[in-house]
Design a protein around this ligand. Sequence first.
Ligand code: C2G
Length: 138
Amino acid sequence: MKTIITYGTFDLFHIGHVNLLRRARDLGDRLIVGVSTDEFNLVEKSKTTIVPYEHRVKVLESCRYVDLVIPECSWQQKVEDIQKYSVNTFVMGNDWQGKFDELKSQCSVVYLERTRDISSTSIKQAMAVLLQLNRELQ
Ligand code: C2G
């Protein structure tokens, strides 16, 4: 059993997330996803999410590429998770290139090419523009 792990916020679930999860799952037999809690996002990433943590968990659990969803509450939990789940490979998008190389002492570390031209932030910005246009047309 080759276990893969990855972490993220996965707000406003989109094709970039799907591509990442599909390619990560294709590297092994089981994919575990650490989903950032709302508090971790706010305190550690200065990110506020549109979709609350509980919903982001359910969306990921419904994804065919995901076998287990766990909470991501701290930057430091990765080593413990890798050991607890006997992880073979840690995967992240290459916007994190090199940032988790210290995990190479624990398992393989793979950075995958990000999907171009889509992000939760760009979706939020597009939604804000559409809402404003809608107000002006009222
Ligand atoms: N991603 C991607 N292509 C995109 C957008 C995101 O491949 N167009 C990848 C990111 O590189 C990441 C994963 O999808 O590997 C989740 O992205 P985010 O939800 O933005 O995760 P992030 O906020 O970067 O949190 O400890 C790691 C952090 O929790 C990562």
